[in-house]
Design a protein around this ligand. Structure first.
Ligand SMILES: Nc1nc2c(c(=O)[nH]1)N=C([C@H](O)[C@H](O)COP(=O)(O)OP(=O)(O)OP(=O)(O)O)CN2
Ligand SMILES: [Zn+2]
Length: 150
């Protein structure tokens, strides 16, 4: 049976700030992120299986990415917890804002690494994460490929 890649796309609105960065993105601002998740596997060949012909049901992939990434990051503001931004984060959080502290600088590169680890943990055994593409703006994106990280 052939190996087939399938992709599901997601979008979410997230704020962030790059502490110590030498450009305008050191300011708190937001992006309409677009995330493409590609997995690879062989389509189920048992015609008694309700998922016959599918690598993984797009709906099941959606459940994983939604609970691990979209529901966590959407309308949250992400700060690097290893910087003085923790103080700003605490103030915002105390005032009822949705703040997310992460253990890395929240660039698209670092976010896509984090997302890959989170998604991989929840995929069924026969399904492999092939790649992720995280689009931060119309002209900027970061990609993670399993083959680059083997
Ligand atoms: N390698 C990276 N560089 C930058 C990142 C990043 O995540 N990785 N992030 C930012 C900012 O957060 C923001 O995304 C600005 O990016 P940029 O593409 O420079 O945005 P512009 O609107 O200025 O882009 P245009 O060239 O006007 O389309 C900065 N760098
Ligand atoms: Zn940004």
């Amino acid at each position: 049976m052939s190996n087939i890649r399938i992709t599901k796309q997601f979008s979410f609105e997230t704020g962030h700030a790059l502490y110590g960065y030498d450009g305008k993105c050191r300011n708190v601002h937001g992006h309409s992120y677009k995330l493409s998740v590609t997995v690879i596997g062989t389509p189920i060949s048992d015609n008694n299986n309700v998922k016959f012909g599918m690598v993984i049901d797009f709906g099941d992939l959606k459940k994983i990415v939604k609970s691990e990434i979209v529901d966590v990051f959407d309308h949250a503001t992400v700060f690097n917890k290893n910087t003085p931004h923790v103080e700003l984060a605490k103030e915002l959080s105390d005032r009822g804002h949705n703040v997310l502290l992460v253990d890395y600088q929240p660039t698209s590169e670092m976010m896509v690494i984090d997302f890959a680890e989170k998604i991989k943990k929840h995929l069924p055994e026969n399904i492999t994460l092939f790649s992720l593409k995280l689009q931060e703006t119309d002209t900027s994106f970061a990609e993670w490929y399993a083959a680059d990280n083997a």
